[in-house]
Design a binder for this molecule. Sequence first.
Ligand code: SF4
Ligand code: SF4
Length: 330
Amino acid sequence: MKPTTLEFKPQERNIFFHLLTGCNLTCKHCYINPSQHGTETVSRATMETWLKLFYKPQKATNVIFLGGEPTMHKDLAHGVKFAKELGYTTVTIDTNGYVFHDILDRITPQDAVISFSLDGPDATINDPIRGAGVFATCTKNIKRAIGLGFDVSLIYTVSSMNLSHLQRMPELLADLGVKRFFIQVIGIRGKSATTTKNLQLTPKEWLTIIPKVAANAARKGIHVIYPKVFLDENEDFACAGEHAENFFIFPNGRVYQCPLCEDFPLHSYTIKDNRLIENTGLNEAQLFTLKIHEGCVMNKLLQPGNLEYSRDGKVRHRISCCLLKQEMRP
Ligand code: SF4
Ligand code: SF4
């Protein structure tokens, strides 16, 4: 079974809306960086205004509500319905599984897709990473969401902490009835950037294990999406900052186009007085235009541990944009 690369879609825009940075969990690899992203929560009025600011009727516009934990926001249900009424094509809630404020009862399966995060096939693997009791709560709420008719997906962030247990996920997903599986690669940002433990995978680990697990999941009827990470020799490199429209919005008004830049004040836009202002000076937008042999510039700057060179100094695998995905369908 061979994966298909999902090319960037310039006719589409994706809005990753961090409603708050607060969370009930303290995951070991949490990507939130309060010194950069602040500790604010957007108000209900700001939620509406910013949803209007980023909506473009002439493009398919999708919004993904994130946190922190977005279901801790008491107005999330309102935000979901407001986005749908505005005309957003798809609305997704990324949750750690705690689904606060009765969110599953306050929206309908037609309003939003629910994406749960789980980092292990059982509590002994997941809970040391995400917290005691998280596996039980998350799987209970996955079942509940599926029972209510929601379109449910699951995100597994692969790192050296849980790579060897990924192979058991397809069976769990099939048992739970989850039909879409996102395998995510650990980003060296937030807490992961401060630990001395090497969380990254080697090219060999990624290239041998991930496609095999994805194929196994697809055989069980699950649609799998995972980052490309390593480009083949004949594949062109493309940066989403130049070829796609993605906006990662934080409650302090920072707007990034590249998630790898989020640990630094490199955002290309700022929302000020509810207007989107293009930043001047050095920012991520200038980095997007640089061409290097290794592929992604931010990867080389921030997480060069996944680059390998041959004796003559040539890079063995160019790194793709972290937003370039592959899929395997059942
Ligand atoms: S659930 Fe998400 S926001 Fe909360 S601690 Fe874990 S990674 Fe961070
Ligand atoms: S991950 Fe790299 S290639 Fe992708 S948007 Fe960021 S800088 Fe560009």
